[in-house]
Design a protein around this ligand. Structure first.
Ligand SMILES: [Zn+2]
Length: 427
């Protein structure tokens, strides 16, 4: 600790599901059977071990490995080493959490309660652990990136995204959470103390770097934003060929703001007419930019006729600034149109970040904490009365999770020692 010159070591821990403790205890006495079990488990996941870059042996670990045992609170833990590249893998049985005395079943309840909205303090009280231990556990999960976990689940990198920033508070400062979403999955949940384009480019750039590492030709084709300047500019900087759309629900909610001084009932009436207009446009298969322009012009004329020229002019000006972004959404069926799901997620995450302020400190691990929360958001199944009951966000989006147990999935997918196997060769 405290040595600056210490080289950073790769975390090559892997969590392996041994079904129950008895099986594990039987296997630790028999290295050959142990390694065979681990290899069979790897095969069932479709993952490979993260060897060093120089290693050409790859999956031929069986014949080239040797073993070392260490003790963890009386429990024997095996380490397997690749004799070719000398990479050492620590095999953690499913009933142990890395570096933690907390058992996974205790962590499971506490994480579920956190995800459900209970404060960290209360989660800790009902689960008999310290709030700090729970905070650190979430941060530890957050050290594995969302891109790594999601691609391990077989999800393709998103070509159409929703990029939005949540304005939040941490300690006494205003902070921003630049976020990338595709459907029900969070691909990036950043943390920034500034709302400048540079700060947002840095944050969204983390996602881009992780994605390019996974797929060097990765490009975003379309992005939906609410039109916030820093978000728009940073996405354009990172993905120069992106088509940028503006959120339609945001547009609907903004319309009444353009009609200040007009009675509520009239504003509501105009909002629902605007809603119908956008809805009609969205249903048409071949919408031309001219057609949208015409609809908007008629609508502005109607506003002039109903509530006066000043309002009509203001709305017309607003349409002029935004219509290209709306057209992008309406013209491409693959573009996300609304950010409702994200708004709900943001509000929930925001409450947690705020509730956690006692644990944060300047230069703390807010980013890791948020990424940890995002993993929970992606991997905890929806509750029984929800639309996609029993499935987690990853599954709803077409991804695969390793087991039917979300806590075990979280342990396996955030293990540092796994890497995605390349596409299997066709024989
Ligand atoms: Zn190796």
């Amino acid at each position: 600790m405290g040595q600056t010159a210490k080289p950073t070591r790769h975390n090559r821990t892997i969590t392996v599901d041994f079904h129950d403790e008895t099986t594990y205890l039987a296997l630790v006495g028999n290295p050959k059977a142990f390694v065979e079990f681990v290899l069979a488990f790897l095969l069932s996941l479709g993952f490979q071990l993260l060897h060093k870059a120089s290693c050409s042996e790859g999956s031929r670990l069986t014949r080239h490995s040797h073993y070392a045992r260490i003790c963890l609170g009386g429990l024997t833990i095996w380490r397997i080493q690749c004799t070719a590249c000398k990479a050492v893998f620590t095999v953690l049985p499913h009933f142990v959490l890395r570096y933690r005395k907390m058992r996974p079943d205790v962590a499971r309840d506490a994480l579920l309660a956190t995800h459900g909205g209970l404060s960290l303090e209360w989660c800790a009280v009902i689960c008999h652990i310290s709030p700090m231990a729970l905070y650190r556990l979430i941060c530890a999960l957050g050290h594995t990136s969302l891109v790594t976990v999601l691609t391990r689940c077989g999800l393709p990198l998103p070509t159409y995204i929703l990029a939005d920033e949540k304005h939040s508070r941490c300690l006494t400062e205003r902070v921003y959470l630049p976020t990338i979403v595709r459907g029900r999955v969070l691909w990036h949940l950043g943390y920034s103390e500034s709302k400048s384009t540079a700060a947002f480019t840095e944050s969204y750039g983390e996602f881009q770097r992780a994605a390019l590492e996974h797929e060097p030709s990765y490009q975003v084709r379309g992005a939906l934003t609410d039109g916030f300047d820093s978000t728009v500019s940073s996405i354009r900087t990172l993905f120069p060929r992106v088509r940028l759309g503006y959120c339609l629900r945001h547009a609907l909610n903004k319309l009444p703001d353009k009609l200040i001084g007009v009675s509520t009932s009239v504003r509501k009436g105009l909002r629902s007419k605007f809603h119908a207009l956008l809805h009609r446009c969205r249903q048409r298969k071949s919408l031309r930019v001219v057609a949208l322009g015409q609809h908007l012009r008629h609508f502005a004329d109607r506003i002039t006729a109903t509530v006066g020229e000043a309002h009509g002019a203001r709305v017309r000006q607003w349409f002029q600034a935004k219509k290209a972004g709306w057209y992008t959404v309406l013209a491409d069926p693959q573009m996300p149109a609304m950010s409702t799901v994200l708004d709900q997620a943001h509000n929930a995450l925001d409450r947690k970040l705020f509730a956690m302020k006692g644990f944060h400190h300047p230069g703390g691990s807010q980013a890791a904490f948020l990424t940890g929360l995002a993993h929970l958001y992606n991997l905890i199944p929806y509750q029984c009365r929800a639309l996609n009951a029993g499935q987690c966000g990853v599954e709803v989006e077409g991804g695969r999770v390793p087991t039917s147990d979300w806590m075990l999935n979280l342990q396996i997918l955030t293990s540092g020692g796994y890497q995605c196997a390349p596409e299997p060769p066709h024989h």
